[in-house]
Design a protein around this ligand. Structure first.
Ligand code: MG
Length: 165
């Protein structure tokens, strides 16, 4: 027999473990195994349908959690956090916010000069957070702007028509 891939074995072991757990729960709840259960007491089709509806609800909920982290969401959250810390108590000039983005770029440069990879990543995050905050403050649809510009960049010529860098 062909050797079973490790991933498949993990699935089989995982399912067996869940089946055993469900059997145990069934015995505790109904005081009988599924084999002992009388058909007259259960509407198997309806129970199956209800379980499949629940399964879909669980999957949709989880997918929303996993993929709900959009740039739009990050802009709203960065702006909300900045508000909660008092950074928008007075109206902030765009120039000031852009200068602060510059300051994070400089901090990233310094981190890179020191070979501090962890701090470099943190400063790149700071750059993004400040851009998200600015976008949130100015109600800019950054996500759409990024997707639009990335699509445009794909259509640009090699080195954007002969630029050296
Ligand atoms: Mg920083």
């Amino acid at each position: 027999m062909r050797e079973r891939p490790e991933t498949s074995q993990i699935v089989i072991d995982g399912i067996a473990s869940v089946v055993d757990g469900q059997d145990l729960k069934g015995i505790v709840k109904y005081n009988e195994t599924i084999d002992e259960a009388k058909d007259v007491n259960y509407n198997w089709e309806l129970m199956g349908l209800e379980e499949s509806v629940d399964l879909n609800k669980y999957l949709v909920k989880r997918i929303k959690q996993l993929y709900g982290l959009t740039i739009d969401h990050l802009c709203q959250e960065a702006f909300a956090t900045a508000i909660s810390k008092g950074w928008h108590d007075e109206e902030r000039e765009t120039g000031t916010m852009l200068a602060l983005i510059h300051s994070e770029v400089s901090e990233a440069l310094e981190a890179d000069r020191k070979g501090d990879e962890e701090n470099f990543a943190e400063e790149l995050a700071d750059i993004c957070i400040r851009v998200f905050d600015l976008s949130g403050a100015k109600d800019i649809d950054l996500q759409t702007a990024i997707l639009k510009k990335m699509e445009f960049n794909k259509s640009r010529p090699h080195k954007h028509g002969g630029k050296l860098y």
